[in-house]
Design a protein around this ligand. Sequence first.
Ligand SMILES: [Zn+2]
Length: 284
Amino acid sequence: MPELPEVQAHAERLTGSFGGQPLERFTPLSFSVMKTVQPAADEADGVLLHSFTRRGKLLVAHFGAPDDPATISFVVHLMQGGRLVPDDKQSPRPRNGLARWRFGDGRALLLTEAGKEHKAGVWVHSGDPLAQPPLDSLGIDADAATLEQVRSALAAKNQRLHGFLRDQHGLAGLGRMLANEICHTATLSPFAMTTKLTAAEIDRLYAAIHRCIDSALAFERGLDAMSTSADRPGAVHRRKGAVCPICGDTIRAVEYNAYEVDYCPSCQTGGKVLADNTTSKFLK
Ligand SMILES: [Zn+2]
């Protein structure tokens, strides 16, 4: 799943490529993709694309000047397998196609989603999209949160650190990969409880959040298109059985149905191998 760095770099690429173009027409290609009914998407016809921005892991296409009350925006949630890509063919029934934005110069962007389960969605808003669903329920963006904001988000609910990092209502923008990498960089157990972290541990966590986001963003900005998760460099994510680049120990994983938590015992848990007594594969 694309996370904050991938979506941020993609928004910048899309603004560079399509900014200033008028929208010719927006066409939903799937019944399930539209999450709003009003305003009608055709209210954006002929309006210039101002920019693409990012909030959490979602893209926002802003048509019209941001201070214009008549501005129309499209919020796009790529979810797991969604991508927003240049649509050179513009075929009537594109494979995996969910929605198309065609611009005045004849180019188009296609929202695609691989797989059978179509979860990606598009919301159309007039006025401030940040104050409306689904963006209005997000926590503060992980790259913008201050140390104090991270501290109070951690204190709001006692939960495992890895789950906290992935919860979009606490900090927005982080997913499975960054959660794994941040815990490793901070030398904290992914199962550490958030209200039990010491001040020094929170300091390390805060620094790790910024270091991991900055390095992923620098990598992603060097690409012409959004990376796949297998391309993204990491120390522990999906590296079970490999050698930790920091200490040489073997990377371990706690495996769940849909994902795994990867960590280095020597760096993060004092050498202890983690097993989840409620959901690990050992009890399935
Ligand atoms: Zn290590």
